[in-house]
Write a protein that binds this ligand. Structure first.
Ligand code: SAH
Length: 247
């Protein structure tokens, strides 16, 4: 059995009870770079722990190698936990791992986790959807596969939308330029939450028109979620955050 388990955004007490049960039954745990050591501390003491994270800018563990090692462990009869940050089904390369398991007839399960966008909303103390204002929540990534078509930025952030961008910090200048070119007002409110739920959690607030500059000047660190709010009434960011504006 291979269990794809969501580790949540960082804080160990945001693990689900089901995730905890999997960790306590596992023979071997393959975990990612963003999985907090506090979460791993809940694993069965005898469980083998194997880091399969991708170093930033490098590829120590290409996806095919991860697929191969988790399959090999399961074929030895081990209870395999593939522990991924947040929710395994959101920007987690789960499809490749599920397909590899299924090719070998290995049973799989997905244990959902608290995704980073939810933790970012909680950090902001505000709902990601607000009735009548933002009736749509879009989860998107700032980093697509090399060679893929550019996303339709205008469609992503129509009035009435909250956009939560994963892996966006290094792309801040491109995201700002593309959204402005798609007609999103430069006053649209932006909140960047780094290390959501963790001890180093930090919130930086600005407007779309100053996104890239703010990320640079404030030294915003990864992991971070960029939350951009475009309500139906198109309120300006200074109206939303009269005291917290930065950049
Ligand atoms: N499966 C994960 C996402 C993995 S992609 C989930 O559901 O949350 C990695 C990206 O997730 C990071 O680049 C960052 O954008 C976001 N992320 C993960 N943990 C985060 C955290 N604690 N705070 C803010 N963003 C986080």
């Amino acid at each position: 059995m291979i269990s794809l388990v969501g580790a949540g955004p960082g804080a160990a007490d945001l693990l689900t009870l089901r995730a905890l049960r999997c960790l306590q039954r596992a023979d071997v745990i393959f975990y990612d770079r963003l999985v907090d050591p506090e979460v791993l501390a809940h694993a069965r003491p005898g469980a083998e722990r194997i880091y399969v994270g991708k170093a930033v800018g490098a590829c120590d563990w290409p996806q095919e190698r991860i697929d191969a090692v988790i399959v090999a462990a399961a074929l030895q009869g081990k209870r395999v936990v593939r522990l991924k940050s947040g929710d395994p089904g959101i920007f987690g390369r789960a499809t490749e791992e599920l397909a590899a398991a299924r090719r070998h007839g290995i049973p799989t399960e997905i244990v959902p986790g608290v995704t980073a966008a939810s933790a970012a909303g909680a950090a902001l103390g505000r709902a990601l959807t607000e009735r009548g204002e933002t009736d749509r929540l879009v989860l998107a990534t700032g980093t697509c596969r090399p060679g893929d078509d550019a996303p339709d930025w205008g469609a992503m952030l129509m009035p009435g939308t909250t956009l939560a961008l994963y892996m966006g910090v290094s792309q801040a200048a491109r995201i700002e330029a593309n959204l402005l070119a798609a007609g999103v007002p430069d006053r649209a409110s932006v909140e960047i939450v780094s290390h959501a739920s963790g001890a180093d959690q930090r919130i930086v607030t600005c407007c779309l028109g100053t996104l890239a500059r703010t990320v640079r000047r404030q030294g915003v660190e990864n992991p971070a979620i960029i939350v951009i709010r475009r309500p139906k009434g198109e309120l300006s960011c200074s109206a939303l955050h009269p005291l917290r504006r930065v950049g």
